[in-house]
Design a protein around this ligand. Sequence first.
Ligand code: ZN
Length: 66
Amino acid sequence: MLSAQCSVLEVVVAKENREMVWLQCTSCSDLNYRTEIKVAGGPQKIEVKKYCKRERSHKLHKVKRK
Ligand SMILES: [Zn+2]
């Protein structure tokens, strides 16, 4: 009984520590991708090389929060 309650609480906490964000092209500022980041312990700095449709090449994308 007690252990079941604990597992439910953990699921809720895990959801709250995640946030849907945009990956924004640093070159043309297009919002090209949606991703999920963990926000526990402060926001993460994520930089990834992704394909940009507008420029038709791979560009560095950074996390853009709402
Ligand atoms: Zn771009």
